[in-house]
Design a protein around this ligand. Structure first.
Ligand code: SF4
Length: 414
């Protein structure tokens, strides 16, 4: 017990409010399915959620469900069930754990919120800006439930975002409107879309502010806190609840900064994390870093829900820009510049790259980036092999030893 108290990170009081918001979100989906109204749209995590809210849908994010399956360690039992119907163990383990859980008839939403099943989609809407897997994932459910599947295809590996990227995506988004009108029974209203984009903009600005607190010394929060507190930015953006929540969290973080409160106590080193979280091992990793007095203060992953470009005056174009400017959509040279800036702003002593076996899209170590980073910035880097959900790809002992050795390396450089 004494050890646990010594190594755990400091609890965030706003968490209670966040949990109740998440409960309300899932219970409203449950009610909508029971009553048949409003209709439910499934959306990829960086898909055109604003359009769906504006059309009157309740929006459900399967990647959030994938993360829950990982965090509750149900994923490992579910993945083989999807493998058995032909979904390879090498593709996205959110997809395979989610499809496997569906086939097994289980969901962590039952224990957490009393939902017997995931909320069935009335329409499925994807954006391939992050990967092709989301389209194939949604196609499974479209076949299963015989519901419409629509989506947009974003240009990828982009160095500079060009006007033709924006024009193309804008046109694609508009082509989804007739299907969305038909399923929702509502007419598209541009003023309602402006309102929702305005709320998403507010949410994104506040979420950026939360993450920027990580630059304070000592940092009042960790990457592990951010993976939890990003939930409203992911599933409630476009709604006033997310805006109110981040105001509350910002007050708490500001108070910590004013009083020089460290999230881990006795912060000695500061690390940048690139790549996906290892959902089933968040607690263990958080405890290990805290015990080493090392704070993971910034990450690419949690920044993925910062959408600076939203503009209520140009809702479609700004959504197209926001969803194209994302880190995951960009080429290596852009990514390097982006990470360098965050590492410098957050005074990081080193960077860890998580190579997630089933997500090449979020594994940035595969083309020499860590080595080039060390040459450019003069900081040590470490690659951890693992996965977002498939713990069969993760050797905990090896990762622990490598992290310890990495922090010793940082110690020697002090
Ligand atoms: S980006 Fe990676 S984790 Fe996310 S849906 Fe695609 S393959 Fe899965």
């Amino acid at each position: 017990m004494a050890e646990k108290e010594r190594t755990a990170r400091k609890a965030i009081a706003a968490t209670a409010r966040m949990k109740s918001l998440m409960a309300d979100h899932f219970l409203s989906l449950k009610k909508a399915k029971e009553e048949g109204n409003p209709k439910v749209a499934w959306c990829t995590s960086v898909g055109p959620a604003e359009l769906l809210h504006a059309m009157g849908f309740l929006v459900y994010y399967p990647e959030n469900h994938g993360a829950l399956l990982g965090a509750t360690r149900q994923a490992t039992d579910c993945i083989p069930v999807a493998n058995a119907i032909g979904y390879s163990p090498d593709i996205c383990s959110y997809l395979t754990s989610d499809v496997g859980a569906y086939l097994k008839g289980q969901t962590p939403l039952t224990k957490a919120y009393g939902l017997e099943t995931i909320p069935k989609a009335d329409v499925l809407v994807y954006n391939t800006n992050q990967c092709r897997d989301v389209q194939d994932w949604f196609a499974f459910y479209a076949r299963e439930w015989k519901v419409p599947l629509v989506g947009v295809h974003t240009h990828r590996q982009i160095k500079k975002v060009e006007q033709y990227h924006i024009d193309d995506l804008t046109a694609q988004m508009k082509t989804t409107i007739p299907t969305l009108e038909q399923v929702s029974g509502n007419k598209f209203d541009i003023d309602r879309l402006r309102e929702v984009v305005g709320l998403s903009l507010e949410c994104t600005k506040l979420w950026r502010k939360v993450l920027k607190f990580g630059a304070a010394k000592p940092a009042p929060l960790t990457f592990f806190d951010a993976t939890i507190h990003m939930a409203p930015a992911v599933v409630l953006r476009g709604l006033p609840e997310a805006v109110d929540y981040y105001k509350l969290l910002i007050d708490e973080m500001q108070e910590r900064v004013d009083n020089k409160v460290s999230a881990i106590g006795g912060e000695r080193h500061r690390i940048y994390w690139d790549g996906m979280p290892i959902w089933g091992k968040l607690r263990e990793l958080s405890d290990q870093f805290a015990s080493l007095k090392t704070n993971v203060v910034a990450s690419t992953y949690c920044n993925s829900w910062i959408f600076d470009a939203f503009d209520p005056n140009a809702p479609f174009e700004s959504m197209a820009r926001a969803y194209t400017e994302l880190f995951i959509v960009r080429d290596e040279s852009y990514k390097e510049g982006y990470m360098d800036a965050w590492i410098k702003d957050f005074s990081c002593d080193g960077a860890i790259f998580h190579d997630a076996r089933t997500c090449p899209n979020n594994s940035n170590d595969r083309y020499g980036m860590p080595q080039r980073m060390t040459e450019r910035l003069g900081i040590p880097t470490l690659v951890i092999n693992g996965d977002l959900n498939d713990l069969r790809c993760y050797s905990e002992e090896q990762a622990k030893t490598n992290i310890e050795a990495f922090v010793e390396q940082l110690d020697q450089r002090r």
